[in-house]
Design a protein around this ligand. Structure first.
Ligand code: AMP
Ligand code: MG
Length: 404
């Protein structure tokens, strides 16, 4: 097979993203339930955060100018956090705490560790510069500015930010509804005895885990027999229920590979065979307008193709605007002697060599081997048409980054 028959990984990802069907439905969820959801609208700042100048430390609010006249300042008042601040009479100090609003007339706060307290007041033992230890009104978010944009995935810090601007209910996109269809006459569910020629269905569970991490709702999860008719009818049923169908197996060139053939029959096969290792047989198309991502059957290929090709598609379908991470540039702790026309995704993890941090490859890169993926913590990328020497720079993506 000539390399020109294979689609480059970059072209394939662009194609998938361009053919994504973003979820249109939105819903409102309580802020407490918004983790990992995707914002369906922009949120701008209704009022300054913080709403007023406040103290960054426990100490005393003063006017810096007063200190040239007096070394002893009587304590004229006290403002606890949550109280209205009142004002600072000239020539005095006000006892203040972290988060207390600054009384009118004060322009600085002295940490309590820098003062000596007597019955008559406080003596300050350090120079005071105007404005010190004050957190200014609007320093985090100013009224009217964009706090978070539509398409942002909500992490814990975004939950906190929404809380800080008073949002109690959040407008998010509906969860992406995904159908998982694993294919193969040889597959048996865990819990059942294995007969001759049978193997346990592992892809189903890899995909359930990946989709849960990706924030998707699995609406259908079935195993298909290797028959044209079963494949056609189940794909049709799945297309009616799901926003996205993910299959495993049945996309290669054998006569029992029905997923690709059914997509072809529908005229919906728009991508097949990638310059990617593992994952060459990956197929993409649509059934009745619902995108179908046909992953290869080999268990390690499922993991790698889901992360590399599936995640960009899923992000786009979820209405997210951010693209995937950039990975990390690391020295390779392994070598590749023979260049390949396919970009290789090596199950790998970071380690330390005598020269410093390196990326180690799992010793067994067979696409049928899942144990190597469990040993690994990410994927290292060997570019197409390249050899690699130990110590050469390589891009490494952690699994967590690929699943963001
Ligand atoms: P296929 O592309 O259908 O020929 O599958 C390629 C290889 O992956 C074969 O060895 C299959 O037995 C294996 N395979 C396919 N689906 C699964 C699955 N759900 N779980 C475990 N292995 C599978
Ligand atoms: Mg098969």
């Amino acid at each position: 097979m000539a390399s020109s028959d294979l689609i480059s990984v970059d072209d394939a990802i662009n194609h998938l993203v361009a053919h994504a069907r973003p979820v249109a439905d939105t819903q409102t969820v309580a802020l407490a339930d918004s983790l990992d959801r995707v914002l369906a609208r922009d949120y701008s700042v209704p009022a300054d955060v913080p709403p007023a100048d406040n103290s960054a430390v426990d100490g005393y609010a003063v006017r810096a100018g007063d200190l040239s006249q007096a070394t002893l300042l009587p304590v004229s008042g006290r403002v606890a956090a949550g109280e209205a601040p009142g004002s600072l009479p000239p020539g005095t100090a006000v006892r203040i705490f972290t988060g207390s609003e600054i009384p009118a007339g004060a322009d600085s706060v002295v940490m309590q560790e820098r003062v000596t307290v007597t019955d008559d007041g406080i003596t300050i033992n350090a120079p005071v510069s105007e404005g010190q230890n004050i957190r200014h009104q609007g320093q985090d978010l100013a009224r009217g500015e964009l706090a978070l944009a539509k398409g942002t995935k909500i992490r814990p810090q975004e939950m906190g930010l929404l809380g800080s601007i008073g949002v109690a209910d959040v407008s998010v996109y509906a969860k992406l509804k995904v159908a998982i269809l694993t294919t193969g006459d040889e597959l048996v569910d865990p819990g059942q005895p294995l007969g001759p020629g049978q193997i346990y269905n592992s892809n189903r569970y890899t995909l359930l885990g990946l989709l849960a991490k990706a924030g998707c709702a699995v609406v259908l999860c079935e195993t298909l027999r290797d028959s044209r008719e079963a494949t056609r009818s189940t794909l049709e049923r799945a297309a009616a229920e799901a926003d996205l169908i993910i299959t495993s197996g049945g996309v290669s060139v054998g006569e029992e590979d029905h997923v690709r053939v059914v997509l072809e029959e529908y005229g919906g096969l728009s991508l097949w065979r990638l310059a990617m290792k593992p994952g060459k047989p990956l197929a993409f198309g649509s059934i009745d307008g619902t995108p179908v991502l046909g992953l290869p059957g080999n268990p390690a290929s499922v993991l790698v193709t889901f992360l590399i090709a599936g995640m960009p598609l899923i992000r786009a379908c979820q209405g997210r605007t951010a693209s995937s991470g950039q990975g990390e540039q690391m020295p390779a702790g392994f070598s590749v002697e023979t260049p390949s026309v396919r970009r290789e995704f090596v199950r790998a993890r970071k380690g330390i060599s005598d020269e410093g941090p390196v990326v180690h490859a799992s010793p067994n890169q067979s696409s049928g081997v899942l144990s190597a993926a469990c040993w690994a913590e990410g994927l290292a990328v060997v570019p197409e048409n390249n050899t690699l020497g130990i110590g050469d720079t390589i891009t490494y993506y952690s699994f967590a980054e690929l699943l963001e």
